[in-house]
Design a protein around this ligand. Structure first.
Ligand code: ZN
Length: 104
């Protein structure tokens, strides 16, 4: 489902905080190139927020959660992790099927 621009952005788990930082830098670079755009967290559903909070137990103050979308093919990605431990990963999300609504 990926296009050439985002084909390299494959799902992977972070092994360290450095991996997380690298993923953030990669995403930032792709945004500069115009390949990715941020999807605001406000668009997350309540269920998604709860899922995130259960993944990272209460008390963690350094968790990150960013959503991105490929501007070319529309695939979405999630960057989630703990900045201190490096736990987390970069995930290519399954395409959301919305045949009747194509919001700008
Ligand atoms: Zn793409």
């Amino acid at each position: 489902m990926s296009c050439e621009e985002c084909a390299d952005l494959t799902t992977h788990q972070f092994r360290s905080a450095a991996d997380l930082v690298h993923a953030v830098q990669t995403a930032a670079g792709e945004m500069e190139r115009g390949v990715l755009r941020r999807v605001e967290a406000a668009q997350l559903t309540d269920a998604e927020r709860e899922a995130m909070q259960s993944v990272f137990d209460a008390g963690a103050q350094t968790t990150l959660l960013y959503r991105f979308q490929c501007t070319v093919c529309g695939d979405q990605f999630e960057l989630a992790g703990d900045a201190e431990s490096g736990n987390g990963g970069w995930t290519r999300l399954e395409p959301v099927v919305t045949p009747s609504s194509d919001a700008p």
